[in-house]
Write a protein that binds this ligand. Structure first.
Ligand code: ZN
Length: 152
């Protein structure tokens, strides 16, 4: 198991030295223990706030395996995943995630995700301004109609 974290660390340090990403990495492993991808964060390289390591690993693994279903895989994240990355792992069906450093370690280094956690658990609804607009429902209902037509 240590080797998986080491691969993620190597990719992360390489990315930090190249200026492509921050101090986070991940390795995704298939059910037989084979490494699918080992990546670092790519936020800086891609000018992409969603370029977190776990997100990058899911994207690259899905592309590499030509699937949307990563059931049976295990993620080894160098740091406790943020809610966005937990979500993408769940959407992709990643079966298990191990992490090494914690959210506290990340926060101590200037990378807190507490605002996300506070918003999502309802303790700080003001952290993000999101509102349901009922007046758009009729226009957007066309999407569901077309989806049903295409999948009939
Ligand atoms: Zn994340």
């Amino acid at each position: 198991m240590d080797n998986y974290f080491k691969l993620a660390c190597d990719a992360t340090i390489e990315g930090m030295q190249a200026g492509t990403g921050g101090p986070f990495g991940a390795t995704l492993v298939d059910a037989s223990g084979e490494v699918i991808v080992a990546v670092g964060n790519t936020v800086l390289r891609d000018t992409d706030p969603s370029g977190h390591a776990e997100m990058v690993a899911v994207r690259e693994a899905c592309a590499k395996l030509n699937t949307l279903d990563l059931a049976g895989t295990t993620m080894y994240a160098t740091c406790e995943p943020c809610p966005m990355c937990v979500a993408v792992m769940m959407w992709a069906g990643v079966s298990k995630c191990f992490f090494a450093s914690t959210r506290v370690d990340a926060a101590d280094n200037g990378f807190s995700d507490q605002h996300l956690r506070d918003y999502l658990d309802g303790s700080d609804p003001a952290a993000f301004d999101m509102e349901h607009l009922d007046e758009g429902r009729d226009d957007c209902a066309e999407i569901w109609t077309e989806f049903q037509r295409l999948n009939a």
